[in-house]
Design a protein around this ligand. Sequence first.
Ligand code: ZN
Ligand code: ZN
Length: 374
Amino acid sequence: MARDYYDALGVDRDASQDEVKSAYREKAREYHPDASDHENAQERFKEIQEAYEVLGDEEKREAYDQMGHDRFKQAEKQGFDPSEAGAGAGTGGGRSRGGMGGGGGLGDIFDDLFGGGFGGGGGPDAKTSVTVTLEDVYEGAEKEVTYTTTAECGTCDGTGAAEPSNARRCGTCGGSGRVEQRQRTPFGQATTVTECPDCGGSGTAYDEACGDCAGDGEVRDRVTRTVEIPAGVEDGTTLRLRDAGTEIHIEVRVEEHDIFERDGADVYYAHPVSFPQAVFGDTVTVPTLEGEVDMEVSAGTRSGETFRLSDRGIPRMQRRGRGDQYVRVEVVVPNPSDLTDEQREALSEFASAGGDEIEYDEGFLEKLKRGVFS
Ligand SMILES: [Zn+2]
Ligand SMILES: [Zn+2]
């Protein structure tokens, strides 16, 4: 199979694009599986198409000339594409859908895509998801992901045959992979085209299936990789990873946090304080994603009042800086059975000293009536 593309088309290395084109036409006509009686017509036809896809495209041809046949094919398998725009001829004969090639050692290109809306046609080759904590979101993280890729079987060159050289045109469909069925209906004769039952649509027949792919022509591979989770990533974001020509979409799921609630770059947290702390004010220790910080609760703080800790939130994705942390102070009323005798006595004294009388003005009652007091 490893024939030089120039030999496959029967042209010189300095042939013009027009010469390449007319050579391709001539050869394609000669070896078209539907018309040709040549032995291995199917295989030759594939070879010719493959050759023209490269030589018929000036950019690809240039890369091919520079790299030579074997290196070019190897690079193509690993996803190298000199002209992403594609052009080329007809139905892709031997174009592989990006193999995993060896150790997958080519550095991967990682672009972050936020909130969807990525251009470019075609879906991903593989999908997976990764779950991260809010701490991961705060700092950024490296996580392992596992996905399944599909690649052309290297053992049989995608033919599915144990002996690729013995693969031949399927007799049932003549190599087209499709069969027509004519049926009489009340409205006349109807023709339906279905996938060939003998070759499963590949157009190729063989005596023994390839052991590595069970005749599929494709192999599946479970791949585990480490991906970088950018700081500030939102729940539901899709990250796109390119790995040797394979595009993997990774959905990021952010776990709910035990004590923090997130809104964009801001973090919300409720902190309990005692009645005396709320009355007299105090310095309290508050957890943040970065660790504990001191916060001043001012004297006379009401339950439900919110304090802001600037720049203690999550890094912003699109802009510089961080969000804030909001701390809602909740005044905790102690359970009477938890009070010590001393505390109980002190509270009773506080009550008899007039502490059980609440002072309020008309405005307070108005607010209560409207239910907006918090
Ligand atoms: Zn195979
Ligand atoms: Zn068939």
